[in-house]
Write a protein that binds this ligand. Structure first.
Ligand code: NAP
Length: 257
């Protein structure tokens, strides 16, 4: 039955940056489909508590971990925190957290560029490396990045962010080929404009908001939960034959013309 192929019962899914926004919606979707979910935020916070509460209603063995992905020691510490809760390593890993800052490329601060690369690219690579041995031993695994339409249409004031997302997408295609024989798929979910916390200030300007909406063929922003179905496809057995690809969820924003 096709419906059963979406079932995540018996799987553990770790979603970075799932205290809020797209990550939270993916976490809730996976919990609804039976996964034990590990939610994550930079540090303990009310949004992280709320996210955990929501997934626990659906999947009671779920728990939270915290750590700043700009610090490699804290990245490794996430796996120690999971081990302390009895999870050696997740079956499904969604690298969703990221940072971005706007500035003209000529003045873009070098330390900020390095920081965005660290969080958006290096931490993802490290998390994939940490998760891989367990997935390989099990003969099943899902490695998923959350990219951005900026891989294809870089925003002129986000030179580091868009480059980091491009690097992540390239890494997905690289690793996907190498781990396919281990029963592991590696994919990139690519959002367009989602109405989440990171956009709320910019989109509260009605002139800017209308300009952005005008560029989206479906004429509306995405809601966080619009990413959850695509993530479930990539994370479940329903998507077992999909690897090395980018699944764009953007209402047509990146279409040419
Ligand atoms: N929203 C969009 O329009 C859009 C468009 C294209 C791509 N995306 C991508 O989609 C993903 C989710 O975006 P979103 O809009 O849902 O984000 P969001 O609402 O800003 O939430 C970001 C999440 O990432 C976590 N995070 C941020 N910096 C971190 C760090 N240094 N270490 C650990 N965790 C960190 C945050 O943790 P705390 O809650 O603890 O702060 C938060 O849970 C991102 O990769 C983003 O690039 C979003």
């Amino acid at each position: 039955m096709l419906r059963e192929k979406f079932d995540l019962t018996g799987r553990t899914a770790f979603i970075t940056g799932s205290a809020r926004g797209i990550g939270r919606a993916i976490a809730a979707g996976f919990a609804e489909y039976g996964a034990r979910v590990v939610v994550h935020g930079v540090k303990a916070s009310l949004p992280l508590e709320e996210s955990l509460k929501a997934v626990r209603l659906l999947s009671p063995s779920s728990f939270a971990v915290t750590g700043d992905l700009s610090d490699p020691l804290q990245v490794d510490g996430l796996f120690s925190q999971m081990a302390a809760q009895g999870v050696e390593s997740p079956d499904i890993l969604v690298a969703n957290a990221s940072q971005q800052r706007n500035c003209a490329w000529e003045r873009f601060d070098a330390d900020e560029a390095r920081r965005e690369m660290e969080i958006n690219f290096h931490a993802t690579l490290r998390l994939f490396q940490l998760a891989y041995p367990h997935m390989k031993a099990k003969g099943w695994g899902r490695l998923i990045t959350v990219g951005s339409v900026q891989e294809r249409r870089p925003h002129p004031e986000m030179v580091a962010y868009s480059a980091s997302k491009g690097a992540q997408e390239n890494m997905v295609r690289n690793i996907a080929r190498q781990v396919a024989r281990d029963g592991i798929t590696v994919n990139n979910l690519c959002p367009g404009v989602f109405a989440t916390d990171r956009n709320s200030a910019a989109l509260s300007n009605p002139v800017y908001a209308e300009k952005v909406r005008d560029a989206i063929p479906v004429r509306e922003y995405a809601r966080a939960e619009d990413a959850a179905g695509a993530a479930l496809l990539l994370a479940s057995d329903a998507g077992r034959y999909i690897t090395g690809t980018t699944l764009v969820v953007d209402g047509g924003l990146s279409l040419p013309g």
